[in-house]
Design a protein around this ligand. Structure first.
Ligand SMILES: Cc1cc2nc3c(=O)[nH]c(=O)nc-3n(C[C@H](O)[C@H](O)[C@H](O)COP(=O)(O)O)c2cc1C
Length: 189
């Protein structure tokens, strides 16, 4: 691989002020290996709900929302995407699904097209958000992303160690996930 910095973007599926998933994304950024930069995007709730009526790809006389344009720019310019998400009612939080929908358009050339994507996250239940991560991978794959299945980490928030998500063993697991994603960028480069 060249000496160029590998740019990853971490999309946070929770909008909550004290979000554990946001903290996991920040830990990924703070502990990124040398030569890797992670941009954390935690404002997916500011995007309008996707509708073909407000998407210039399918509606004339419509301007692309500035936040959507920004998100597409950040994701499109990244070498890989790390999604860090909780589970809501057994699946993907709406704000994250909405972002995936925006990133899936224009059809066939959306910002996720061909991009390596890993999905990790934290959730309360004993399966630690497995359904949400599975559904996120399915959706991202259909949206054109290249899902890296073995970037995998599910943190059960009801059984965190004393140090919470700052626990060194847990941080190490985040680093392993980031490294695995970076490997895929290197393979593709
Ligand atoms: C509307 C809603 C639905 C939820 N559904 C699930 C669920 O299906 N499975 C689960 O493990 N946790 C569920 N939870 C708990 C979240 O996983 C937990 O609140 C998690 O910490 C949220 O992530 P955050 O700290 O990043 O905001 C739900 C929480 C909310 C608010």
């Amino acid at each position: 691989m060249s000496d160029r910095v590998v740019e990853l973007v971490a999309l946070v599926g929770s909008l909550r002020e004290a979000s554990i998933n946001r903290r996991l994304a920040q830990l990924a950024a703070e502990n990124a290996p040398g030569g890797v930069h992670v941009t954390v995007v935690d404002d997916l709730g500011t995007l309008p709900f996707y509708s073909e009526d407000v998407d210039p790809a399918s509606a004339d006389d419509t301007e692309l929302d500035a936040g959507v344009a920004r998100l597409r720019g950040v994701v499109g310019g990244a070498d890989g995407v790390l999604i860090v998400t909780p589970e809501y009612n057994g699946t993907i939080p709406a704000a994250l699904k909405n972002a995936i929908d925006w990133l899936s358009r224009p059809y066939g050339s959306g910002a996720l097209q061909g991009k390596p994507v890993g999905v990790i996250g934290a959730a309360l239940g004993r399966y630690a958000g497995t359904w949400s991560r599975e559904d996120t991978r399915k959706s991202v794959g259909i949206a054109g992303g290249r899902v890296i299945e073995d970037v995998e980490l599910g943190v059960q928030t009801s059984a965190l160690p004393d140090a919470g998500v700052e626990d060194p063993a847990l941080v190490e697991q985040v680093v392993v996930a980031v490294n695995r994603l970076v490997d895929e960028v290197a393979v593709r480069a």
